[in-house]
Design a protein around this ligand. Structure first.
Ligand code: PXG
Length: 430
């Protein structure tokens, strides 16, 4: 595909972006899955300015902390389910997942089982771009650029549309979950520290697992006593219609990775929410030699706290569950009437459609047809941000999107699909 000059975004307001050529673009991706409360909320700017004046920086090392980090950790513990009551802050999702690697290995060290080091993850999962995060992730192109650290094993993803063949969705979900058990037995259960997964794979193409998948993963983690890490970097903070994706899928993780929606992207901040038992064990081992200069940065923490206040005061999670999701779901599912669209999936405000030349056989376009890219180009031209991952088109709009804005998003998506279809016809690809 010929390179095109990058688009320069200059302003944001609600779900709308403006570029340097004056286009008004509807942002179907909330930036990079993060601007949950929408752009342009002045309260967050004001809180940041106030915090910079009062205490622009301090660290959380050497038995010292500061008020924004304390207050934010307390608020997160209040919102997180069960006994996920402790927060280890980081500057991003990748850093938080690097923390998780060290944290779960330290946990087993302190428990007297230092041999439990291996972490199991999924192919086509995404957990970040640092050495640890990139290795936990299952994206081969990322592994190919810089390698992969030892002690991480991957199993297949629960992607029924693309890989389910003749199996029913439920049977396929169970079969893919049972690969975890097979992998644990192959490695020896005493060598396995943890399993990590995104409740819904985001960067991998919004892969929504069959409903049988997570309960079986949970059973296996419980049976073999391995730690379960839910990477909630995308699914956290309202995206799935609950505060956390783990609640939507009934997962009971020991650790959650968070970032993105925590501050709605207004400041870089991430973290690991840790359950009581893991916190007690690691804490009982004496000081855990880990942390970053900007862990729990006061300005980022103050902004995140204000973001969580707005989300609660404006009932934004309820809006997702009761208003935006049902409305978008009806319109999103109807996209399967389009000749190009095989399946349409949506949980909360996180959705994907599969582009296919044959719905009945769930056929794939040839890779070099670049169908996803072609569709994304039409979205660009129609002032809609809808991403392509292979031949899946994905959306994750700001959670504050209104029903009128959903209509605009869908109208632009349909127009883009029509134009893509016409282009494919003209080129003899359908
Ligand atoms: N876990 C998950 C589930 C993510 O989606 C990270 C960890 C890493 O977070 P940081 O803050 O270090 O980027 C992410 C990030 C894409 C794309 O192409 C997705 C992410 C980042 C960059 C690109 O969809 N997600």
């Amino acid at each position: 595909m010929p390179p095109r000059a990058p688009r320069v975004i200059t302003r944001g307001e609600g779900v709308w972006l403006t570029d340097s050529e004056g286009h008004r673009i509807i942002d179907g991706m909330a930036g990079l899955w993060c601007v949950n409360i929408g752009y342009g909320r002045k309260e967050l700017a004001q809180v940041a300015a106030r915090q910079m004046e009062e205490l622009a920086y301090y660290n959380t090392f050497f038995q010292t902390t500061h008020i924004p980090a304390i207050a934010l950790a307390a608020e997160i513990a209040k919102l997180a389910p069960g006994d996920l009551n402790h927060v280890f802050f980081a500057g991003s999702g990748s850093e938080a997942n690097d923390t998780n690697i060290r944290l779960v290995r330290r946990y087993w060290d302190v428990k007297g089982m230092p041999w439990r080091k291996t972490i199991i993850s999924r192919w086509n999962g995404y957990h970040g771009s640092t050495m640890g995060g990139g290795s936990l992730g299952g994206m081969k192109p990322i592994h190919a650029h810089g390698g992969k650290i030892d002690g991480i094993e991957h199993i297949d993803q629960p992607y029924w549309w693309g890989e389910g063949g003749e199996m029913s969705e439920d049977d396929f979900g169970l079969a893919r979950a049972r690969q975890l058990e097979e992998k644990i037995l192959e490695l020896g259960p005493h060598n396995v520290a943890a399993f990590i997964g995104e409740p819904i794979q985001g960067a991998g193409g919004v892969i929504i697992p069959p409903k049988t998948y997570w309960p079986e993963i949970q059973r296996i983690c419980d049976q073999y006593g391995i730690l379960l890490i839910a990477d909630e970097v995308i699914t956290g903070f309202g995206r799935t219609g609950n505060w956390f994706g783990s609640q939507t899928f009934g997962i009971k993780p020991h650790i959650m990775t968070i970032a993105k929606g925590l501050s709605s992207g207004y400041q870089p901040i991430g973290g690991s929410i840790v359950c009581d038992e893991v916190a007690e064990v690691v804490g009982g081992g004496g000081e855990f030699f880990h942390g970053y200069t900007y862990s729990g940065h006061p300005v980022a923490a103050a902004v995140a706290l204000e973001n969580l206040r707005i989300m609660q005061d404006e009932h934004i999670v309820d809006h997702v569950r009761d208003v935006a999701h049902p409305y978008l779901k009806a319109r999103w599912d109807a996209l399967t009437d389009h000749p190009l669209v095989g399946e349409a999936k949506l949980v909360g405000l996180m959705g994907s459609i599969a582009l296919t030349p044959n719905k009945a056989t769930r056929a794939k376009f040839p890779d070099d047809a670049n169908v996803g890219y072609r569709c994304r180009e039409r979205c660009f031209a129609n002032d809609l941000i809808m991403r392509a991952v292979g031949d899946r088109m994905i959306i994750a709009p700001p959670l504050v999107i209104t029903t009128a804005e959903i209509d605009i998003l869908i109208d632009r998506a349909k127009k883009s699909l029509d134009e893509c279809w016409q282009g494919l016809k003209a080129d003899g690809l359908v």
